[in-house]
Design a protein around this ligand. Structure first.
Ligand code: CUA
Length: 338
């Protein structure tokens, strides 16, 4: 009986070990963890280094604690000269006070250094971009160029840009794991955060603070271009928008106006000047719909217009039922928005 008790006691230890290892693995592979350890810019690289140092220290300390535990469980019990007890007392002072004190103070200093260092960009920012968060999408504005878009932030690669972050409603948080740490967006407050991507590429960002029912569907893309390609992108967005040329698209523009779409959405150079929903000026070039909810294809766009609530319940866009013919014309018009 005694033997069996002591065996079951021992089995508890490894089973908890597997539990914690499983939870750690789940968190790690759940996405954000992996992305922030695959940095694509100087800020994320500094944060990833900090994480690896913390991780390495944790592994070493965990191994040390396990070794001490093993000695406690399986070590010799007899101690006629009291030597083991003296060593044990020293071990408590060193391992329980000195080492944790040094490790925690050291990590705190390193953490503070990284945090302060990340406040200022490594180079003078090439431009300023204003980002306003809404339930549940991102308004993106280039004030110096007067260019507006939504749910996509285009930047030049290899240069830093300064973001001015604010919110139109509740508190959200801006996070591009591969490029920077998180920063809150608050109503009536402008926060600053710089971004820099070393290479051209597409980096996923997301809202990192619970902000209501569709918090999980509040994503965006940071698209870094070669600097010349970025200038071209900006100039294309600034050029006057041509009116639709073919009849179907022209009719589609009328549908857009008849159904009141322009009360909520803006299309530069047209009568549509709403700012309740995302700016649609370059809708056809966007990769996703509904802040990362769906890929931007013709079918998805049609379904979204008719009833976006089926994909993102609670979003502000009401269902817009319309005859097939109107929908076809409207889509033809929306596809000209480049
Ligand atoms: Cu916005 Cu969570």
């Amino acid at each position: 009986m005694k033997q069996r008790e002591s065996n079951s006691h021992r089995r508890v230890l490894p089973s908890y070990g597997w539990y914690y290892a499983g939870v750690a693995l789940l968190l790690f592979v759940s996405g954000c963890g992996v992305q922030s350890l695959d940095p694509a810019g100087p800020a994320a690289a500094a944060i990833a280094n900090l994480w690896w140092v913390m991780f390495a220290l944790s592994v070493i300390i965990f191994a040390g604690v396990l070794a001490a535990l093993a000695v406690g469980i399986w070590g010799r019990r007899d101690d006629p000269e009291g030597r083991r007890e003296r060593v044990g007392r020293h071990l408590v002072v060193i391992g329980g006070v000195l080492v944790p004190g040094v490790v925690i103070l050291g990590l705190m200093a390193y953490n503070t250094y990284v945090t302060v260092d990340l406040e200022e960009p490594p180079t003078t920012p090439a431009l300023t971009i204003r980002v306003r968060s809404n339930q549940w999408w991102w308004h993106v504005h280039y004030p110096e160029q007067d260019v507006t878009t939504a749910n996509e932030i285009h930047i030049p690669a290899g240069q830093s840009v300064m973001l001015e972050l604010t919110s139109d409603d509740v508190i959200h948080a801006f996070w591009v794991p591969q490029l920077q740490g998180k920063r809150d967006l608050m109503p009536d407050h402008v926060g600053r955060l710089w971004l820099q991507a070393d290479e051209p590429g597409t980096y996923r960002g997301r809202c990192a603070e619970f902000c209501g029912r569709q918090h999980a569907k509040m994503e965006f893309l940071v698209i870094a271009h070669e600097p010349e390609a970025f200038q071209t992108w900006l100039e294309e967005r600034q050029a006057p928008r041509p009116d639709p040329v073919d009849d179907q698209a022209t009719r589609g523009q009328e549908v857009f106006s008849e159904y009141g779409c322009g009360d909520c959405h803006r299309i530069r150079g047209t009568e549509a000047t709403g700012d309740v929903g995302p700016d649609l000026t370059s809708l056809a070039t966007r990769r996703e719909l509904g802040a990362g909810t769906l890929p931007n294809t013709r079918e998805h766009l049609a379904d979204w217009v008719v009833d976006s609530q089926q994909f993102k319940p609670g979003n502000l866009m009401p269902p817009v039922p319309m005859p097939d013919e109107d929908l076809r014309d409207l889509l033809a018009y929306l596809e000209t928005l480049r």
